[in-house]
Design a protein around this ligand. Structure first.
Ligand SMILES: [Zn+2]
Length: 288
């Protein structure tokens, strides 16, 4: 079978606006060389399944949506290339490494543990294998997202970026909040550093108005992607949105539940508000 592209870009269906979304964790294409040890249904619980589909209406408002096809348990685009777990490697990593807390939790650039805490592999990986995953998946994902954001910024003088995720309803043993029930939506702007406060406030207000609970930077502040793209002083605004999975699917089977259609409608409402905000801020063709 032909190997699919690692990344998909969904272009605007109408005139483009200064809005870009990305879904780094909803990929469902499992490469042949991903010889994970736990059963596939356990490994798949790492996915933000359906997230790219839930946000696809963004293109009807002029946004671009970038979507990873590969699973984040294989290689995670929301980690830096220095976030290497030496306990996973059979040989020395040739480049500088700065393992983050995520790597200590077994969920760095390449995950050492599956959800629930069982080892992902029955072996160690060679650094050449990890390098190949970076070149085949991580780099194309970032290249596509970087280009999409830069193009909008060049055209409008400003860009708003939404980094789309979903989260387990309750923190597990590997998380920073084990056993705690999460809010329906968790917005992450790395404590106010990756986007203007008005953008976070707009999303929080719109979501609360639809009856959802919202938390900000708790327990998820945003990781590599919003850190990389969020530079408010350059009119580059980047916000992470985490949606509680039980709002739209069974967390074990990943099958959409009765709430899926309502959430999809509510995200369409949120997208209308986002598009209106972005248009109002770029109404002269340049950021105001
Ligand atoms: Zn995610």
């Amino acid at each position: 079978m032909q190997r699919p592209d690692a990344v998909l870009r969904h272009d605007p269906a109408v005139e483009a606006i200064a809005l870009v979304l990305d879904s780094p964790h909803s990929g469902e294409w499992y490469p042949d060389d991903f010889d994970h040890e736990p059963p596939r249904d356990i490994v798949r619980r790492a996915e933000d399944t359906h997230v790219a589909r839930l946000w696809h209406a963004a293109t009807a408002h002029g946004a671009t949506l970038v979507e990873a096809r590969f699973p984040r348990a294989y290689i995670d685009p929301n980690r830096s290339l220095a976030d290497i777990d030496v306990d996973l490697l059979a040989d020395a990593w040739p480049d500088p490494i700065t393992p983050s807390r995520k790597t200590q939790q077994g969920i760095g650039l390449v995950w050492r543990l599956a959800r629930g805490g069982t080892p992902m592999y029955a072996r160690r990986l060679s650094s050449a294998e990890v390098r190949a995953r970076i070149d085949r998946c991580w780099r194309p994902y970032h290249a596509m997202l970087d280009a999409s954001i830069d193009q909008r910024h060049a055209a409008f003088g400003a860009v708003w970026h939404v980094n789309c995720h979903s989260m387990p309803a309750v923190g597990d043993a590997l998380s920073d909040d084990p056993g705690r029930e999460r809010a329906d939506f968790v917005l992450g702007d790395r404590d106010g550093t990756t986007c203007e406060a008005a953008f976070t406030d707009l999303v929080a207000g719109a979501v609360r108005a639809m009856g959802y609970s919202v938390a900000i930077n708790d327990p998820y502040k945003g990781v590599e992607i919003v850190r990389k793209h969020g530079r408010p002083h350059e009119n580059r605004h980047s916000l992470q949105i985490e949606i509680k999975r039980t709002l739209y699917m069974d967390e074990n089977t990943l099958v959409p539940n009765a709430g899926y259609a309502k959430l999809e409608r509510d995200l369409a409402t949120l997208l209308r508000a986002l598009a209106a905000y972005v248009r109002s801020r770029t109404s002269t063709g340049r950021a105001t």
